[in-house]
Design a protein around this ligand. Structure first.
Ligand code: DAH
Length: 359
């Protein structure tokens, strides 16, 4: 048996073994056994030294051929196995492209935000644009400029959250900031800001967060929303205000909604009114939700007080205007029959997810 025979033998054996290899790993092991550093071919090459010098070139050439043959055979078998593996997977693993997708949970607006958006839409069709003001206000804008002087009893209506004078908390004696910085108790201060910023005619809607030092219960929060409206022009009247509020109530609560004006009091409007809609729960017969009156108050309004107009830079002999302030939290409660305002700030998805379509 010559080394030549051995070489032929290796090739023949390798072909059989390759044919029997079932996967890529088996092919890899064979590659190692045959061509690896301590593989059979390498071992045979080490014997080259013992071959007569004349035979060496021919043997070396044959050995190189065998190496190439083996490499090709190994590669071919690997490709064969891989493609049959692919075929098998294509045949057994199927993806149904027509199947429905997995639902991706996405959020939606909070019901109070939805209502405020609806208000924005409705008022937009009446020519109102949004004008926002700061949540951290000054007493001047929140009270003084709205005709509520420091000693005015009306200040009792707004239980104010003050911002502390710098250093006073650390000193153990918290006191209100000397520069009058407070959290706004209503969106009305934006009336004056809008008048100072814009030229007449003004038609603005001011949605925003407000804060009051309130004991929290089912109908009061220390944090809540208001939407303020302001119109300043040369020829506006209480009749305009009334007509518009009636239209808006119908747009929001339905065609048949009944409305009424009642006298009210606010220092920054004269005359002032309260605006009611027929109770959405009982339809007007009287029930616990409406205090058995058949009516629900949804906003306060009035003609802008001449002093406030002047504070906003308008001459009350030339301009008039009206303003109104709505409580979107309460309006949302009425819309959905929600009994407790605290749910709005509970951050509880079991609650908020009940209003997915935004209604
Ligand atoms: N700012 C008032 C409040 O917080 C609501 C209000 C009443 C706003 C009458 C107005 C208005 O613009 O005219 O209770």
């Amino acid at each position: 048996m010559t080394i030549f025979d051995d070489l032929d033998h290796i090739v023949a054996e390798a072909r059989n073994a390759l044919a029997a290899a079932v996967d890529a790993d088996a092919v890899d092991r064979l590659r190692h056994e045959l061509l690896g550093r301590s593989g059979r071919l390498t071992a045979l090459m080490h014997q080259l030294g013992s071959v007569p010098a004349g035979e060496r070139p021919a043997l070396g050439q044959r050995a190189n051929e065998v190496r190439r043959e083996l490499e090709v055979a190994l590669a071919d078998r690997l490709t064969e196995l891989q493609s049959s593996d692919l075929e098998r997977r294509l045949a057994t693993e199927t993806v149904d492209m027509s199947g429905p997708g997995r639902p991706v949970p996405i959020g939606h607006l909070h019901p109070v935000q939805t209502l405020m958006r609806d208000l924005r839409e409705i008022f937009h069709s009446f020519g109102f644009e949004v004008f926002e003001g700061p949540e951290v206000e000054t007493e001047e804008y929140n009270f003084e400029l709205l005709n509520i002087p420091p000693d005015h009893p009306a200040r009792d209506l707004w239980d104010t959250l003050f911002v502390a004078e710098p250093g006073s908390v650390e000193a153990g004696k918290p006191e209100p900031a000397k520069d009058g910085t407070i959290l706004r108790t209503h969106t009305s201060p934006v009336q004056v800001r809008a008048m100072l910023a814009l030229d007449a005619p003004i038609r603005v809607l001011t949605p925003g967060r407000c804060f009051r030092y309130e004991a929290v219960d089912a109908s009061h929060g220390f944090e809540f929303f208001q939407v303020e409206g302001l119109v300043v022009d040369r020829d506006t009247s209480l009749a305009d205000l009334k007509g518009m509020l009636e239209e808006i109530s119908r747009a929001l609560y339905g065609e048949g909604t009944r409305t009424r004006f009642r006298p009210g009091y606010y220092p920054f409007t004269e005359p002032s009114v309260a605006f009611d809609i027929g109770c959405l729960v009982c339809g007007g017969d009287g029930c616990p939700a409406c205090g058995r009156s058949g009516w629900m108050t949804i906003l306060g309004a009035g003609m802008i007080h001449p002093i406030v107009l002047r504070n906003g830079g308008f001459d009350p002999d030339e301009f008039q205007g009206y303003a109104f302030g709505m409580g979107p939290d309460r309006m949302t409660m009425l819309r959905h029959g929600i009994g407790d305002i605290r749910l709005f700030f509970s951050a509880d998805a079991r609650f908020t997810s009940q209003f997915p379509a935004g209604r």
